[in-house]
Design a protein around this ligand. Sequence first.
Ligand code: GCW
Length: 680
Amino acid sequence: MFPRKKHLLFLIVLLPFLAHAQEGSQLWLRYKPVEKHIASQRRIGLRDQHKTAQLARKELERYWSGPTIEMHIDKGAKRLKEGYQIKGSASGIHLNAAEPIGLLYGAYHLLRLQETKADMRNLFLEEIPDYDIRILNHWDNLDRTVERGYAGYSLWLWDELPGKLSPRYEQYARANASIGINATVLNNVNASPEILTSEYIVKVKAIAAVFRKYGIKVYLSANFSAPKVLDGLADSDPLRKPVQQWWETKVKEIYQQIPDFGGFLVKANSEGQPGPQDYGRTHADGANMLADALKPYGGLVMWRAFVYNPTAEDRAKQAYQEFVPLDGEFRDNVIIQIKNGPIDFQPREPVTPLFGAMTHTPQMIEFQITQEYLGFSNHLVYLAPLFKETLDSDTYANGPGTTVARVTDGSTFKNKKTAISAVANIGEDANWTGHDFAQANWYAFGRLAWNHQLSSEQIAEEWIRQTFSNDAQFVLPVRQMMMRSREVAVDYMMPLGLHHIFAYGHHYGPEPWGEMEGGRPDWMPWYYHNADTVGVGFDRTTAGSGAVSQYKEPLRSTFNKLESCPENLLLWFHHVPWTHRMKSGRTLWDELCMHYDRGVHEVRAFQKVWDTLQPYVDKQRFEQVQSKLKIQAKDAVWWKDACLLYFQTFSKMPIPYQVERPIHELQELKKIKLDMKHHN
Ligand code: GCW
């Protein structure tokens, strides 16, 4: 019995939409077109003809099922910046902004309220973004591999550009605009100079043109030795006229093609990248040369403080030592980009002492959304709590309350331009981020970049409701799972302040015993855990490396004393005896075992939670997440057994008998060498 002709037609039309919705490709933007009869009963009023304003109107025209909306631009309302005001009731809504992009952000805010079934009876809200520049950093190479990327190859199809524009460029721009992200760096900070050739500038121009109506500016990572490598100059010394002129000419060419180009992100004299120090110059000399070239066009230099060298000095101290002496020497269109922690995006780090130490230089946070040290796209780890932990960390830069958020959002040091950044987790996988739940981390970064006072819970709930379901039976357990997931990952990977004990190179899985012949000590796990028969941990107190002295009081004294140091950072700042009594009364060794064991059991609990929610999720995404949780559960046991069996060779203490027994042999674990060439 063949299906009737009209059923066949119905299926052909509907199927792609259904399949489309199931693979996660729509992210949090699963709006349904509003029915004709509803649309005909309301008006989306707008006079302004600007493309971005018209785009806002079109989004509302297509998806808004509420009352009439009058949209208005008031150029005088400068204090709104890119923000907006929404006032209204069941009879009608007024959406006002100072700029067209504010209307677009306001439109997505209204659609978010609609999709999350928020109470819209009495709307009076005003949103002004906390940061002027809210920027993603793509560590995408021109060969389309993505450094530390786990969602497939890079979105940017360089070979087809500028002639062919992938539809994903606009989908990417729309997703970012819906969460207020207004800038992006297209290429890896380990930058190929080639991106600055005329051929690539024309390609970048084509992408920038797609992004423009969504309010997104394009930046590029610039390789400091481009003058020499691209055009054969004798050197790239920032104090030499020919080099300065090369950059002035190059910048002029870029702005001829891309009038609203954002500027350069620069990784210099770090991990082998070229930079001004190659010529005996300072970071300020290098950054200021680029800043001067960009100044006439309003361009910015985002100069990275991720610098460290294999010296006898504690790696955690080196960025501070290099940059604090330069405070105040940078041009006003230079912003120093600083990772949230002193080492490198670990599951937990103390706040970088640099934040707040430089009171005359604008600083921007660099978070990592891609999970280089948090299980790639295999582990469910919701990062908003990590981002908030940094944002809310008090630096005491200007007395108590000078949190990292306040130091970087301009409210403490009145910076002219403020910015916040994160390394993207986006690739060409159908669901954009590899793991369906990794989408929440892209979303969370955008929402916190817009408003750093939002709570991790609220952001999780918004994302769950738009991406999966508004049913409380689904929302609550999933929100709880997401809210626990970062601590769970810390527990089964590196609890109590342990850090950098993962596998060499690709960084996936445990290797606390790691040793690379001739490798740099500061790339070796033992450099960080210093396990011996007495105890474990890195002594960064005044009696040790002295890194604590880079913090303002009372942080310095708090971290310096074993009894006052927060236990979740204990082994970051102290070398602690295995028999040390923790606050729980357990020895350090028992406490360590308890954390690893708890991590394993909580991942298993995630599996159970997710399985009970099968009725609420489309089949494909349910099974995708279920499979990832199996990997995560296996990996948690791998981490627990590797670390406990390895550290036990030093502690020589029994694993507490209530802890699940190891199922691996340490010798076998030491033989594991994952082949992940394209992840290096
Ligand atoms: O996190 C580390 C990564 C490198 C990265 C570097 C950086 C882009 O292992 O892959 O290089 O830091 O932040 O520059």
